[in-house]
Design a protein around this ligand. Structure first.
Ligand SMILES: N[C@@H](CCC(=O)N[C@@H](CSS)C(=O)NCC(=O)O)C(=O)O
Length: 285
């Protein structure tokens, strides 16, 4: 990357905003949540960092088997403080996750939630009880309480690495996908933490309060399938033993989201209806 002046770096940052979400009318600018002082300093440090401060991602995928939920640990271990974030911590596995954070010498700064269902957010409260310095993060439109309420287009920094917030409603109103930053100093390939919006070869159910299959289809196509094909996708759940997929793979093989929207909705309706009808029958037997 050629050496750029500071104002050019800011422009570069703004040109990397995610595609605007089809249901949002706002065209706001991109605020930065930075661990280290003001926004310009974070951006400059990322571009001119020394070898000792070069971002280096530590990544762990953690599983809670009762609810088949994934929690993700990410840290910038190239930074002296080794700042870390947990995505979708589960209450039952908080002790395991915090022990791991401690063993790896990380400084947990954020507990992020992709949405406001009980299988996810309850872990954050427990973490804050045990580590009061950790800040909880959730999307503003989820109408939940948190230390930081983020919106589509925001960047969440941990050291010199960051996660971009993309609104992906449909499973719930306030669902977001967190995507690793776009840039030569950020992880390649990119990684997206899709919550319950996109599951491997599936998607989150849309029959709970605030669910909308139309919105979910639009969210996945505009905010997830628009990412580079080699982007690694990490869902909040898997019920079949899968751990990771890619954008390219899901565009080709996801049975719920690869057809045109109307046939996908019909498929989703029949899948959910007959799936739960079969479950009810098996309980009755
Ligand atoms: N299909 C699951 C049932 C658990 C479930 O409903 N999971 C949710 C996410 S937690 S709210 C979901 O959206 N599942 C997707 C689906 O297709 O049902 C199971 O097999 O146990």
């Amino acid at each position: 990357m050629p050496q750029l002046r500071f104002h050019q770096l800011l422009l570069l940052r703004n040109s990397r905003r995610p595609p605007s979400f089809p249901f949002s009318s706002s065209t706001k600018t991109t605020p930065i949540l930075s661990l280290f002082g003001s926004t310009p300093r974070s951006v400059t440090m990322a571009a001119y960092s020394t070898v000792a401060e070069a971002p280096r991602l530590l990544f762990r995928q953690l599983f809670e088997k009762e609810s088949s939920t994934y929690t993700y640990l990410l840290a910038d271990v190239g930074h002296p403080d080794k700042p870390a974030v947990l995505v979708d911590p589960v209450d039952k596995t908080v002790d395991r996750d915090l022990t791991l954070v401690k063993e790896l010498g990380l400084k947990l700064i954020y507990a992020l939630n992709t949405h406001v269902h009980a299988d996810h957010v309850t872990g954050t409260g427990r973490i804050k009880g045990k580590m009061p310095g950790v800040k909880s993060v959730i999307c503003k439109s989820s109408i939940a309480k948190a230390d930081l309420l983020v919106e589509h287009g925001d960047n969440i920094y941990f050291g010199n690495l960051f996660l971009e917030v993309r609104a992906t409603p449909g499973h719930t109103v306030g669902c977001v996908t967190y995507v690793t930053g776009d840039g030569s100093d950020q992880p390649h390939p990119r990684m997206a933490f899709t919550g319950d919006a996109l599951l491997i070869r599936g998607c989150g159910r849309t029959d709970f309060q605030g669910g909308s299959s139309h919105q979910l289809y639009q969210s996945v196509h505009s905010q997830i399938f628009s990412l580079p094909k080699d982007t690694l996708l990490y869902p909040a759940h898997d019920y079949k033993g899968f751990t990771v997929t890619t954008v390219g793979e899901e565009i080709l093989h996801n049975p719920r989201l690869t057809k045109d929207e109307v046939s996908s909705e019909i498929f989703l309706f029949y899948f959910l209806f007959f799936g739960y009808w079969r479950k009810c029958c098996s309980f009755a037997l």
